[in-house]
Design a protein around this ligand. Structure first.
Ligand code: KIV
Ligand code: ZN
Length: 391
């Protein structure tokens, strides 16, 4: 039977750590609503202890987007009570809140970053989980730099925090150092021990892309028993980024019998989500990026075009419509009415505009439409992004 894989999106936390990608409250809310529409299981909304603004944004997302049991809302804490309190106080309004605690397990983190002994760090982790469990039932523990950790110490940490009550264990390849075969093997061994210890605990992975292997490592982990994957839209994140949600999802979708696994993602929302994130964060998507790049479904050579005309299967493994491309795009002009413009803007994923905000945007639309024959989706993204930046 096909296994259900949980999808944890960290675009608003790891993704927002990209220099220059800072979002305001309205932009974060737009993205969080779109992630819910996309069908992710868990939204990591931020790092509330980092600033008052982040705390407030996480709180609003918990209240407005987390008002349903279809999506969990989480936020990140270091293994200290002040951080855990900040997470709890910002996410407690969600129907399904989850506290996420991170603490390193590699020698580099334990000895060089914290200057402590392995025992001291392990105890800090256990105390943090015990404290978080007094606040909420669902707690995720991330063993930062797991892929460069001594295996027996990594396992001792996992065993101790599970006994303390952690309900999800996340295994990060924090610096994108792992190789798929090696990472798959690590997950296989952890899964084997974890299932014997407590088979209700969810095993998760969080892969970075420093060597371009984040997607491959994530898929290798799924093959070897991971129940949950952490990703970002367009693969944005620290340094070279995180595993790209759209790549992992479309690999599972396209090769479903190979992976024997599925997710709740509505793949037709992928393109809108990608464009929304790219426009609000001001981060262009590389043209040849798998799934969401401009050229991902473009065929230019004569031989390929000829082959496609005879059979699409010849050069197309995914139909563009499956990721939301080629949905009918109305061409807007200076003569388009409010209804058509509102409809087009909402279809792009901007669903939280008030009537007042829309009236302002409509004026911006008419000003632009007067200067050119036709207004396309990319113009609408620019209009809304500009508007949010000004307000
Ligand atoms: O890369 C990492 O280790 C992280 C953790 C907070 C999961 O982002
Ligand atoms: Zn990360």
């Amino acid at each position: 039977m096909s296994r259900k894989i949980l999808v944890f999106d960290t675009t608003l936390r790891d993704g927002e750590q990209v220099p220059g990608a800072k979002l305001n409250l309205y932009e974060k809310l737009e993205i969080a609503y779109q992630l819910k529409k996309l069908g992710v299981d868990i939204i990591e909304a931020g790092f509330p202890a980092s600033s008052e603004g982040d705390f407030h944004a996480v709180q609003e997302i918990a209240k407005c987007v987390g008002n349903t049991d279809t999506v969990m809302i989480t936020a990140l804490a270091r293994a200290v009570e002040a951080d855990i309190d900040a997470v709890y106080n910002s996410i407690k309004y969600a129907e399904k809140p989850l506290i996420h605690i991170v603490l390193g397990t590699s020698n580099i983190h334990v000895e060089k970053k914290f200057g402590k002994s392995k025992n001291q760090i392990l105890n800090l982790g256990v105390e943090a989980v015990k404290y978080a469990k007094t606040l909420l039932p669902d707690v995720q523990y991330s063993t930062e730099d797991a892929s460069r950790s001594d295996f027996e110490y990594l396992w001792a940490t996992i065993e101790a925090v599970v006994r303390a009550g952690a309900t999800m264990i996340n295994v990060p390849d924090t610096v994108g150092y792992a190789d798929p075969e090696e990472f798959g093997h690590l997950i296989y061994k952890l899964n084997d021990r974890l299932k014997n210890l407590n088979d209700t605990v969810i095993l998760s992975v969080h892969c970075h892309n420093d060597l371009g292997m984040a997607t491959a490592n994530t898929l290798a982990a799924i093959k070897n028993g991971a129940d949950k994957v952490e990703c970002t839209i367009n693969g944005i994140g620290e340094r070279a980024g995180n595993a790209a949600l759209e790549e992992v999802i479309m690999a599972l979708h396209t090769r479903s019998s190979f992976y024997n696994a599925h997710t709740n993602i509505h793949t037709r929302e992928i393109m809108n989500t990608s464009k929304l994130v790219s426009s609000l964060m001001g981060l262009d998507v590389q043209v040849n990026k798998a799934i969401t790049g401009d050229n991902a479904f473009a065929h230019s050579s004569g031989i390929h075009q000829d082959g496609l005309l005879k059979s699409r299967e010849a050069y197309e493994i995914i139909s563009p419509t499956e990721v939301g491309l080629n949905d009918m795009e109305l061409v807007l002009t200076a003569r388009s009415g409010r209804h058509a413009v509102k409809n087009a803007i909402e279809k792009l994923g901007f669903t939280q505009l008030t009537d007042r905000q829309f009236e302002d945007l409509f004026v911006d639309f008419l000003t632009l439409a007067d200067t050119k024959k036709e207004v396309y989706n990319h113009d609408l993204y620019a209009i809304v992004e500009n508007y949010y930046t000004r307000h």
